[in-house]
Design a protein around this ligand. Structure first.
Ligand code: TXA
Ligand code: MG
Length: 319
């Protein structure tokens, strides 16, 4: 079983020995390994049961170190890095040869991010290599936002979980790339489209091209609970399924008739940022409750509501 602790030096020793460590970030917990080391990267795919066509994000601690493994940073990318790093924004940039093809699934672009979490920062600063880290969940399941979530699913497969508390943002990073100077959003995430647009003007959003993914976090069915997950008008869904024990995942409304063990309100104040923070824990808890099905509703398509809605739609999609 994994040791759960806060000992950076111990985490460093495991990573230097090509082993994996679960790392807290402000978005979700990552399953981290040496990004330059094929042995460690291979372990990441094995532990997650992740197909090798789904590439990994590389994490580092300072913008200067990005040049170690990226050949070129377009001016618009440099600007967005200054504004949003450290933070929940991942950049697709041309890679150097020291990044193994396994990390990028054969693509010549590598995904790069500097996380904004004190434990992640301390860990990355103590290492002389960057960390490849997908979300620390089995492939296709809900991403972990606490050390306990990681332990519940991967605890028997990794030696160490660095505990950094509950994740502040709660959904994965926004992933962007650059096409002839235009910013393209491949995955909606913790930095809102509005915030990016405010810096660079119009952006192209293309996260729904799901069958041949440019960014496979976009696979149609993903973030999925094990129970049937229905998306729509909650009151109507409850009426339709009144013969079943229903779990309820609402934005801000309370459904008084539902037992507290089977309902989660993402943000009583109807705040999309707060809803994002609570989303994955709420989905897990309802999945673990005695509800037979889970009914949920979309949020307003603004701010982090877009990222939450993207996760809800993928959770509701069945392969
Ligand atoms: O917030 C996050 O981004 C978290 C934390 C741990 O940093 N990480 C995360 O990783 O969400 P993961 O593996 O669950 O999602 C990574 C996604 C891939 O599914 C893929 O969509 C995209 O990033 N990606 C990574 N490298 C890519 C590449 N070279 N080209 C295109 N997409 C890439
Ligand atoms: Mg993931």
């Amino acid at each position: 079983m994994a040791i759960i602790g806060t000992d950076i030096a111990q985490a460093v020793r495991f990573l230097q020995a090509s082993d994996l460590v679960a790392m807290p970030t402000e978005t979700v917990y990552g399953l981290a390994g040496n990004a330059f080391d094929v042995e460690a990267i291979t372990k990441i795919f094995t532990v997650k049961n992740r197909p090798t066509f789904d590439p990994l994000i590389v994490h580092t601690s300072s913008p200067d170190r990005v040049a170690d493994f990226v050949t070129e940073i377009p001016p618009v990318a440099a600007h967005l890095m200054r504004v949003f790093w450290p933070g929940a924004l991942t950049f697709l940039l041309p890679k150097k040869n020291n990044i193994p093809e396994l990390v990028t699934s054969g693509s010549d672009r590598v995904a790069v991010r500097i996380p904004d979490h004190p434990a992640a920062k301390a860990l990355l600063e103590a290492l002389d290599f960057p960390l490849a880290a997908p979300s620390a969940n089995p492939f296709g399941y809900i991403s972990p936002t606490t050390a306990a979530h990681v332990n519940a699913q991967l605890g028997d497969k990794i030696p160490y979980i660095l505990d950094g508390g509950a994740c502040r943002v709660g959904v994965e990073s926004t992933i962007i790339g650059f096409d002839n100077g235009e910013v393209v959003v491949y995955r909606l995430g913790g930095i809102s489209v509005e915030a990016i647009s405010q810096e660079v003007g119009n952006v192209r959003i293309m996260p729904h091209s799901s069958s041949k993914p440019d960014a496979p976090g976009m696979l149609q069915s993903h973030y999925a609970p094990r129970k049937p997950f229905l998306l729509g008008n909650i009151a109507e869904l409850l009426a339709l399924h009144k013969n079943k024990k229903c779990g309820v995942l609402s934005f801000s409304d309370d459904y008084a008739e539902i037992d507290v063990s089977r309902k989660r309100i993402l943000s009583p104040a109807a705040d999309t940022t707060q809803a994002a923070q609570h989303l994955f824990a709420a989905m897990r808890e309802l999945d673990g409750s005695d509800a037979e099905i889970i009914v949920a509703e979309l949020l307003p398509e603004q701010g982090l509501g877009r990222a939450v809605n993207d996760r809800l739609r993928r959770a509701a999609a069945r392969p």
